[in-house]
Write a protein that binds this ligand. Structure first.
Ligand SMILES: [Zn+2]
Length: 378
């Protein structure tokens, strides 16, 4: 595992600080680096010169935004590589970028066994996929500066499953330690998949220009990632954003989490598939797009229930934007979701919030893993 400070051994603290900010924030202008590091102009200038001399930083022309475009400084591939791994129930996706935030690869494989029930199998395949993707881009594990791993369960800050009953087979192990063991490396960070998708959409996607957002992931279960004041909000123990287990009906049926009437029981992928008869959510999306009335009805109802539950979050948090992803047919449920919001949230908050589909599609989780490895949350 590459330590970015290790690659610039012999350089001063200022150079390390500038490199760290470029890793966390992506390409920046000289003025931005001065502001973000709190260092003086000559100190930043000296740091950039020594980083450029070592081949770790390049200067590129900036994009014109009225007036003369300021040059931006970017970490090169020599500075290192960041890896994102997204383990789902039916897929493993691996994305690789350099520390200059340039995406090098993004590849998914299907899981033959249900990832929820077979963690060791999923982790074996994830490790093999990381090695394969690194080889495909001509990189090795020695060049990797960090790995971000996403799994579909609430996680504590220690990387343990917050509600073991939601993913019992995974509750026995530390996904982070298991992946590090398989890759014989350090520097793996683990995070809830919806939190990672929120981080990716906030850094590069539909939430790039806003600081308060809720990302909703509709898949087998329902998760949410919350970004407040530009930072991923994890909560006291790290399990914030469990939208799927917000109670809609306190006297409703018992959920797998042990409580009653959760959102997931009326809007989650499991119940949508059971009621529609579709094989998977992709098939359901296709049927809905073709106008299948029962699929459209089920998705519209799911959207409304999500909106009702999100209305509570709108009242409490008043975000700028709700971004919906994780599912290819989110368009069908956006309007019902807006109507659901209006049923439960304050009019001013409903009027202010923008409801949008995610930009990063099925890559959001793996890209969020890259974002975590880059330290965009720092
Ligand atoms: Zn529940």
């Amino acid at each position: 595992m590459l330590d970015i400070s290790g690659t610039i051994v012999g350089m001063n603290v200022a150079a390390r600080r500038v490199a760290e900010v470029l890793r966390n924030r992506g390409p920046r202008t000289r003025a931005e680096l001065i502001m973000l590091t709190g260092l003086s102009r000559p100190t930043v200038g000296g740091a950039l010169s020594s980083l450029a001399k070592a081949g770790i930083v390049v200067e590129e022309p900036g994009t014109p935004a009225g007036g003369r475009p300021a040059a931006v400084f970017r970490l090169t591939r020599k500075a290192g590589i960041a890896v994102g791994v997204d383990i789902g129930r039916r897929h493993i996706r691996v994305a690789v970028a350099d520390l200059g935030h340039t995406l090098l690869a993004d590849q998914a494989i299907r899981l033959d066994l249900d990832g929820d029930d077979h963690p060791h199998h999923a982790l074996d395949l994830a490790a093999a996929q990381v090695t394969a993707v690194l080889t495909a881009v001509g990189a090795s594990l020695d060049e990797v500066a960090g790995i971000g791993l996403g799994i579909p369960a609430p996680l504590t800050r220690e990387g343990r499953i917050g509600s073991p009953e939601l993913l019992p087979a995974w509750a026995e192990l530390s996904a982070r330690d298991e992946l590090m063991k398989r890759l014989d490396t350090q520097g793996v960070r683990v995070e809830n998949d919806a939190n990672l998708a929120a981080l990716a959409e906030h850094t590069w996607g539909a939430g790039k220009d806003c600081d308060d957002l809720v990302y909703v992931k509709l898949a087998t279960g329902i998760g949410a990632g919350i970004v407040l004041a530009g930072r991923l909000y994890r909560g006291s123990v790290g399990t914030a954003g469990e939208l799927g287990h917000v109670t809609l009906d306190a006297r409703g049926p018992v959920c797998r989490c042990g409580n009653r009437g959760c959102v997931e029981l009326v809007a989650g992928g499991r119940v949508l598939l059971a009621q529609s008869g579709a094989r998977d959510l992709d098939e359901m999306a296709t049927l809905a797009a073709q106008g299948d009335p029962s699929c459209r009805r089920l998705l519209a109802d799911a959207g409304r229930y999500l909106g009702i539950a999100l209305g509570g979050m709108l009242n409490l948090l008043n975000p700028d934007r709700i971004i919906v992803g994780g599912f290819t047919a989110v368009d069908v449920l956006l309007e019902p979701l807006r109507l659901g919001l209006a049923e439960t949230a304050m009019a001013a908050a409903v009027e202010a919030v923008q409801v949008r589909p995610g930009h990063l599609g099925e890559s959001a989780g793996a890209l969020g893993g890259v974002a975590l490895a880059l330290g965009v949350d720092k």
